[in-house]
Design a protein around this ligand. Structure first.
Ligand code: SAH
Length: 229
């Protein structure tokens, strides 16, 4: 009996799914968690079908990579739930030639999803160890159109501005003005906004000719947007 338990335990610990098994899990994830909940933007669905999410989570959590939930990635941070990644990506109505800025690189997963859809992705992460790990991971996986920088994303990336779209993947108290300034005319930004530790609103901001239009899309929970002083 003891021998059998040891065998079963070793199997669970050592077993790693094949690429084909992960592809099947991804197909189910896209169908059940994303399409069935109303996301229809084809480039977004295709990107989520093709980015190997299990490569972006800690090895010990790989078997959870395609579940309907966020997961810890170290340093107290999380990779967002697949549905939220898809919803935010689709909301930006991206075009192939777009230049996109992401604030909150985390694992690099969201940046990889964006990189499947648009030509250039710039992403900033405030926790240095996460930034370097994401940069290494994205390089190893062949995402040549993503540039990672360590720093406080509050200030955006003036040298690479203006952007067609900006995605903030950490929950902010308010919308950073430098990010609004770095949006092109007609550009879109998606950002979770609201009180610390509370439920925030996912806000879609569009920069029109003479005005900024904001629309609340849904209530969400995100790790906080922090600042370097
Ligand atoms: N998009 C990530 C998940 C983001 S979690 C992924 O796909 O894995 C939010 C990330 O935002 C965390 O890693 C956190 O460290 C980072 N963050 C918080 N405040 C920030 C800031 N001011 N500038 C840049 N990154 C920030």
């Amino acid at each position: 009996m003891k021998f059998l338990s040891v065998c079963i335990l070793s199997f669970i610990l050592c077993y790693s799914a094949t690429a084909q098994e992960y592809a099947t899990l991804r197909r189910n994830m896209v169908k059940e968690q994303i399409q069935d909940r109303g996301v229809t933007h084809l480039p977004t669905l295709t990107a989520l079908l093709n980015v190997p999410r299990h490569e972006f989570v800690p090895r010990s959590l790989r078997h959870h990579a395609y579940l309907d939930q966020p997961l810890p990635i170290g340093e107290g941070q999380t990779i967002s739930q697949p549905y939220i990644v898809a919803f935010m990506t689709a909301a930006l109505r991206l075009n192939k030639e777009d230049r996109v800025l992401e604030i909150g690189t985390g694992s690099g997963y969201q940046a990889a999803v964006l990189a499947k859809i648009v030509d250039s992705v710039y992403t900033i992460e405030i926790v240095e160890s996460l930034a370097w790990a994401a940069q290494k991971r994205l390089k190893k996986l062949g995402y040549a159109n993503v540039v990672v920088r360590a720093g406080d994303g509050y200030h955006g990336w003036p040298k690479k501005a203006p952007f067609d779209a900006i995605m903030v993947t950490a929950g902010a108290d308010s919308i950073p003005q430098p990010l609004v300034d770095q949006l092109k005319q007609g550009g879109r930004m998606i950002i979770p906004v609201g009180p610390q530790n509370g439920v925030r609103q996912l806000v879609l901001l569009t920069k029109k000719k003479n005005k900024i239009v904001k629309r609340n899309l849904m209530a969400v929970r995100f790790v906080p947007f922090t600042r370097k002083d």
